[in-house]
Ligand binder design. Structure first.
Ligand code: GLN
Length: 473
């Protein structure tokens, strides 16, 4: 029996190549664990029926000495990425039964590498949420404390890695949906630079903010998945040509900036701050220089996000009209059919955001809201540009609090939105960012995972991974 809790992608690679176990045996171990745990945790909506065939193909690649980093590695995929011939629904009623007619670019890359796709994971409907409670299929539980949320929107992808139901997984991050659930479940979650990874075949939430990225147990593993899925894609004109990426940073001493003004704003739990300071001290002892940085416009990030994001949501989700995809409710005329389909098909949070977005884009209001938010976005970006002239990375806690109880914030959307306060700025400024586990904080009787959040300059994933490794060693 393979000890899944000790396994990482890097270790599994070595075992597979050394012949200690086969890809089929590894996949079987994961399927067994899924059979034991998934009913309660509900990280997977669907486990694919062809897992063992995929693993057999991986074994052939390994035997033929054609293995690459992810050959035979069992991974899970968020339900908003298209896989040819498989259902993909963004956990929405409106897309139930929708079958992918092509592979998303990230999926094509994983398949080519010989990765084994175990199944699709639960998420907040259309990636809108911070708790994975708005899914049309039901709630996912946090494997570290089953009475709590796993975070969101990629809560299923985080939960399956944290409970050894996959070695790694893909999520999407528009405002924190990879980093926040990673922090809540005690694992690593990374959002690449905007344009580093193709969005082709990812169901769009807010196109100028969305990025696909990995969940893993270690930083090294996150880097392995990132390297496998990144790259310029003719199918996504916003992807960055590889040769624009700078050479690896070889500076011996790196400087870390802390936006103290921003951290001192209310809402951050004292225990989270204490946990954060402990990681800072550890990094200082490793030779990092730590300074304060000022990002005066960072405090407008959340307000900016909650205008730009719903604006893009309202336009992206216009395509779900009951005619082209999924659910179709016939009304007395075409407009009535649209209304009925969208009313029945979309959940409350998605409808709220479509309404908000339509409002901030409407004639008469666009200048006051949408155009203002575009200006604020530029200022937030400029803040980061200025700060990065002095420091190599900027760090914060990933979230203001640890995972909350299931249901605790469902009736208070504003409270839910505040959970994104530290993660949203990186999406607004298109920067790479990562959450790494930083031990636990005490909440009553419980020890709950906390995350340490690192933001690096545009296209500087090399620096991001380097600091992240030091923060977890
Ligand atoms: N929690 C944020 C929201 O609800 C982030 C979502 C995401 O990154 N997909 O918008």
């Amino acid at each position: 029996m393979i000890n899944l809790s000790e396994l990482t992608i890097a270790k599994a690679r070595k075992h597979l190549d050394d012949g200690d176990f086969t890809a089929v045996e590894l996949a079987e171990s994961y399927l067994e664990n899924i059979a034991k745990k998934n009913e309660e945790i509900f990280g997977y909506i669907e486990v694919y029926s062809d897992v063992l065939e995929q693993a057999k193909r991986a074994d052939e690649m390994i035997k033929a000495r054609k293995a690459v980093s992810l050959t035979g590695i069992p991974l899970a995929v968020k339900d908003n990425m298209l896989v040819l011939g498989k259902e993909a629904t963004s956990s929405s009623k409106i897309l139930k039964g929708h079958i992918g007619t092509y592979d998303a670019t990230v999926i094509a890359k994983l398949k080519e590498a010989g990765a084994v796709l175990l199944g699709r994971t639960n998420m907040d409907e259309f990636a809108m949420g911070s708790s994975t409670e708005t899914s049309a299929y039901g709630k996912t539980k946090n494997p570290r404390d089953m009475t709590r949320v796993p975070g969101g929107s990629s809560g299923g992808s985080a939960a399956v890695v944290a409970s050894d139901m996959a070695l790694g997984s893909l999520g999407s991050d528009t405002g924190g949906s990879i980093r926040q659930p990673a922090a809540f479940c005690g694992i690593v979650g990374m959002k690449p630079t905007y344009g580093a990874v193709s969005r082709f075949g990812l169901m769009a939430m807010a196109s100028s903010l969305d990025q696909i990225g990995p969940f893993t147990k270690t930083v090294e593993d996150a880097e392995i998945i990132f390297d496998a899925i990144r790259g310029c894609d003719p199918m996504d004109s916003t992807t960055i040509p590889g040769d624009l990426y700078p050479k690896k940073e070889e500076k011996t001493k790196l400087k870390i900036g802390i936006p103290r003004d921003f951290l001192s704003m209310k809402g951050l739990d004292a225990s989270m701050l204490e946990n954060f300071e402990a990681t800072i001290t550890a990094l200082k002892n490793k030779g990092y220089e730590i300074v304060d940085v000022s990002l005066p416009y960072m405090k407008y990030s959340l307000a900016t996000y909650y205008i730009l994001m719903p604006a893009e949501v309202s336009s992206n989700l216009a395509r779900f009209d009951g005619i082209r995809f999924g659910l179709s409710e016939i009304g007395k005329d075409v407009s009535d059919s649209y209304k009925k389909t969208r009313h029945i098909g979309f959940g409350e949070e998605v409808r709220r955001r479509i309404l908000l977005g339509t409002y901030v884009l409407s004639a008469g209001y666009a200048d006051a809201y949408y155009n203002k938010a575009i200006q604020a976005r530029k200022l937030i970006r400029k803040d980061f540009d200025t700060a990065f002239k002095d420091v190599d990375v900027i760090v914060t806690p990933t979230t203001p609090s640890p995972a909350w109880k299931l249901g605790a914030k469902m009736d208070d959307p504003l409270q839910m939105y505040l959970a994104d306060i530290f993660t949203v700025p990186a999406n607004i400024a298109e920067l790479p960012a990562i959450s790494v586990p930083s031990g636990t904080v005490k909440e009553g009787e419980n020890e709950l995972p906390a995350g340490f959040h690192i933001i690096a300059p545009y296209m500087r994933e090399d620096i991001l991974f380097r600091v992240a490794k030091d923060a977890t060693k």
